[in-house]
Design a protein around this ligand. Structure first.
Ligand code: LMR
Ligand code: MG
Length: 511
């Protein structure tokens, strides 16, 4: 395919997608997210929330509070107009615990549907849990562990194994609900939480597995934790902390209840701050009973779960990381075909038993090849930094933070030989991954640098300039038609690559 044809097809791919709006009328927040379409790794085109607090008084008064209702109706009206402005034809609106339980729920729904301009489906606790499970499946490959989705009204607990939902339960432990039922006495919430959680018959199955934390309140908690350790990434998806650390941090948050001085608290919405100690307490009590191996935060929840439900079986089975990278590369790089060639070309380097890679490492390498050209439009001096920043903070699913950092470093090294010393982002990120991963990132980056000396960024060349090993040599074979590309720059880059893999460089020109 010529580059122009390819660009046109890229364009077609993007315009074929039909944006989908999801309105989530939760007990804390009312939110609109517009996704680019029903694909395996959909990028949100728009995202706005209003903390309405619909669930504030449902437990004690039985009703949605009038001021919360007005705020929600107002938000829905705005969302309807936003969807119109964005040309979103499909809007799916759902409501959860607060609307489900309040006696004036039906009345609210009538007004809400008029304001939003679409039907609003009230989810049962069971459906809410199933959607949260699907949200985890959207963001993680083969999720295994217990997921908890903490809202303002309820907490859904879900047992996931082999990427499938095994068990689920909904408990009345949402942050606003606990404030309501305890009369805002945090100490009183302990027994309520413990009783509800220990009543879940399968809860002991959590031991020795991961805990996935979903929901706005826990996301705020993770944000504060990142702030407290000066974490270099601003990415919530896949942020993982050790259970002990999480426990201690939850204790700190809950004790700091009255203090507005908690570091980073300014970044947490005011309306969220009051539920934060309750969210921390729920997590703390859960962790004590669950004893998981890690606490992993997920930004993917019921909204993404809804999109997941719209996917074909084929799309569901796709790798979320690789499909994201393909879409991103199709939009941002010069040739997606060349990106695929790089995957194959670099495969040959890793046939060396000394460089044997795990399936996950191989997958990351392919993702790095797919993303390797996304920085091409930047000023040459900044391509490395810009690629690093864009990839490290991209909306990637299906990858943990060390994996994400390896990807970013590999593409950084595709542009930059140096480690980028001082206090730069590359240096701070490097500190979070193993030496092995750093070395791999250098090799991958160096290989792509070499390949570009032959391909000039174009598809159709490097399949014909294969790499192979011959004893202590790494051999690059160049057919006659491309012999003119041989020269100092190619040799320099190729020698760097050979040195990195512990071999000497040999170029074989075919006649
Ligand atoms: C809710 O209940 O509103 C949650 O699902 C989302 C949030 O913002 O806490
Ligand atoms: Mg919710």
């Amino acid at each position: 395919m010529t580059r122009l044809k390819e660009l046109a097809s890229t364009h077609r791919h993007m315009s074929e997608l039909e944006p989908i709006g999801v309105i989530d009328i939760g007990s804390n927040s009312v939110r609109l997210v517009v996704y680019e379409g029903a694909v395996r790794s959909p990028t949100p085109l728009f995202n706005e929330k209003v903390l309405c607090g619909l669930g504030r008084s449902v437990a004690t008064s039985g009703s949605l509070a009038p001021d919360a209702v007005e705020r929600a109706i107002h938000a829905l009206r705005r969302f309807r107009t936003i969807a119109h402005v964005l040309g979103v034809k499909t809007v799916i609106a759902i409501a959860t615990a607060a609307v489900r339980e309040a006696k004036n729920g039906p009345e609210f729904l009538k007004r809400g549907e008029e304001a939003a301009g679409c039907r609003i489906e009230v989810l049962s606790g069971e459906t809410e849990a199933r959607l949260a499970a699907q949200g985890i499946m959207m963001g993680f490959v083969d999720a295994n562990g217990i997921a908890g989705d903490l809202g303002g009204g309820s907490l859904e607990l879900i047992d996931l194994a082999g990427g499938k939902l095994k068990d689920a339960v909904t408990l009345p432990l949402g942050g606003l609900r606990l404030i309501d039922t305890t009369g805002n006495k945090l100490e009183k919430a302990v027994d309520i939480i413990d009783a509800a959680v220990s009543g879940v018959p399968w809860i002991k199955k959590a031991q020795g597995r991961a805990f996935y934390a979903v929901g706005g309140t826990w996301r705020s908690l993770a944000k504060l934790h990142m702030e407290s350790i000066n974490y270099p990434l601003r990415v919530m998806q896949g942020y993982s902390i050790a259970p002990r650390t999480a426990l201690e941090f939850c204790e700190q948050i809950r004790r700091a209840k009255k203090s507005q001085a908690f570091p980073g608290i300014a970044g947490v919405a005011r309306a969220r701050r009051e539920v934060l100690p309750y969210g921390a307490l729920v997590l703390e009590r859960l962790l004590r009973q669950l004893q998981p191996t890690a606490v992993i935060f997920s930004v993917f929840g019921i909204r993404e779960g809804l999109i997941y439900g719209l996917l074909s079986e084929f799309e569901k089975a796709r790798d979320p990381l690789l499909s994201f990278c393909e879409d991103y590369a199709a939009m941002r790089s010069r040739s997606i075909e060349h990106a695929h060639e790089l995957c194959r070309w670099t495969d040959q380097i890793f046939t060396n038993p000394e460089l044997a890679e795990t399936p996950d490492e191989r997958r990351l390498r392919h993702a790095a090849c797919l993303l390797s050209d996304v920085g091409w439009r930047a000023h040459p001096d900044y391509r490395g930094e810009q690629s690093l920043n864009a990839i490290a903070h991209a909306g990637l699913g299906g990858v943990d933070h060390p994996g994400r950092i390896c990807l970013a470093l590999a593409v950084y090294h595709r542009h930059e030989l140096s480690e980028g010393g001082g206090n730069g982002l590359s240096e701070r990120l490097r500190a979070l991954v193993s030496r092995r991963a750093q070395k791999r990132a250098r090799i991958i980056g160096s290989a792509i640098r070499t390949a570009h000396m032959l391909s000039i960024g174009m598809a159709g060349v490097i399949d014909d300039t294969p790499l192979s090993y011959s004893g202590e040599k790494l051999v690059l074979t160049i057919p006659k038609v491309y012999a003119g590309l041989d020269g100092e720059r190619l040799r320099r880059r190729f020698e760097q690559l050979a040195t990195l893999v512990g071999k000497t460089a040999a170029i074989k020109l075919l006649h």
